[in-house]
Write a protein that binds this ligand. Structure first.
Ligand code: KG4
Ligand code: ZN
Length: 349
């Protein structure tokens, strides 16, 4: 079965073709057009600009994905499209494009939840044998989905069976990276810029920056990152211009903010893993590409003898492969009533 996946929920136009066969699957193409350059100067995603870019780029990305996969439109047997959560004008672009292909070639469509796709993509490099025989032994699991728009802890019983146990009350972890980067003078997206800065060498620590770890000791599984950003802003403003513009200050701040975010994410996830007696921890979303976060989870979960899944970095940020992959697992709910597909900006898992 040849499955097309379409992702336009935020600032990435992603289209992928995956061929599923009896023994496994092959990713025939995974094309992503990133709008990073367009949004860089705004410090975040500007929804109407993003919508316009999706509209412009979808036909090109689609043609590129087909060409690379060496298939024609007629060979597509199923389309997965993200219908939420995400930016509504952007979601609609992917949906309208899907509706046209579905109508023209009579192809059934599966509506895909963006958050679930970030979770399921963890298994994209495994084989069918693994999924059929090993996956049940690895459940239940706690999934942490951390991106520019979401920070959610999800208890997973199996593919398709989830319970949201906590989420951010204000900013997402990725949004915090982005806002802090902006304060320090870096362009969107801030996560990779902060991570790179935090890796830079320093002879000694001069500024002794201490940031809060919001909600880390609270009993619930919710998060809050807007206070952390405010704490960075206070510290930044309290320093003389020369000091706050120095490379050393920026490196120390990047390290501390990354540590604060990693501490909170790891601590709350492990607390949930223990309470719900899970067998595995699963990461997903753009922030899961963060090396410091990946390493800390690896270390702590090894000590607890829990399984750890994190996607290859290219599958952490938004892409079409995660959508095609999710659509395949939910192929039973495919529909040819393409007129009825609508965007659900606040869709829950
Ligand atoms: O999943 P994603 O591509 O889009 C959303 O669904 O939001 O995530 C994008 C977010 C941005 O906030 C970006 O700064 C963050 O992921 N990000 C990172 C890293 N790479 C991307 N954050 C921390 N460290 C990284 N290496
Ligand atoms: Zn995402």
């Amino acid at each position: 079965m040849i499955v097309l996946g379409i992702e336009t929920s935020c600032d990435e136009t992603g289209i992928s073709v995956i061929r599923f066969h009896q023994k496994g699957w092959e990713i025939l193409s995974n094309e992503v057009f990133s709008q990073i350059k367009i949004h860089a100067k705004y410090g975040g995603v500007y929804p109407l600009l993003a919508k316009r870019e999706h509209q412009k780029k979808l036909p090109l990305v689609f043609q590129r994905a087909l060409k690379k996969a060496k298939i024609s439109e007629k060979e597509i047997e199923l389309i997965g499209v993200v219908t939420g959560p995400g930016l509504e004008p952007c979601l609609w672009q992917g949906i309208i494009f899907t509706q046209k292909i579905s109508q023209n070639f009579s192809i059934p469509v599966v509506e895909v939840n963006h958050i679930e796709a970030h979770i399921i993509v963890n298994f994209i490099e495994k084989n069918f044998y693994f999924l059929n025989s090993q996956l049940p032994k690895l459940m239940p699991a706690i999934s942490l989905v951390v991106s520019g728009g979401h920070t959610q802890l999800i208890l997973m019983e199996e593919i398709g069976k989830y319970r949201l146990i906590g989420e951010t009350r204000d900013d997402a972890a990725g949004e915090c990276f982005d806002k802090v980067a902006r304060i320090l003078g870096f362009e969107y997206p801030g996560g990779p810029a902060i991570a790179k800065l935090a890796e830079s060498k320093l002879k000694s620590l001069k500024y002794n920056i201490k940031l809060p770890r919001p909600m880390i000791h609270q009993k619930n599984y919710d998060f809050s990152f807007s206070g952390l950003k405010t704490a960075v802003l206070y510290d930044f403003k309290s320093r003389p211009k020369k000091e706050r513009q120095s490379k050393e200050y920026k490196i120390e701040m990047a390290r501390e903010v990354q540590e604060a975010i990693v501490d909170v994410l790891v601590s709350k996830t492990l607390k949930a893993a223990k309470e719900f007696k899970v067998r595995s921890v699963i990461l997903g979303g753009g922030v899961a590409a963060n090396d410091r976060l990946r390493k800390e989870f690896e270390l702590q979960l090894k000590a607890l003898s829990l399984n750890f899944f994190v996607p290859p970095k290219k599958f952490c940020t938004d892409n079409g492969a995660m959508v095609a992959f999710s659509a395949f697992f939910h192929r039973k709910r495919a529909t040819k009533n393409w007129q009825e597909i609508t965007a659900q900006a606040n869709l829950r898992i």
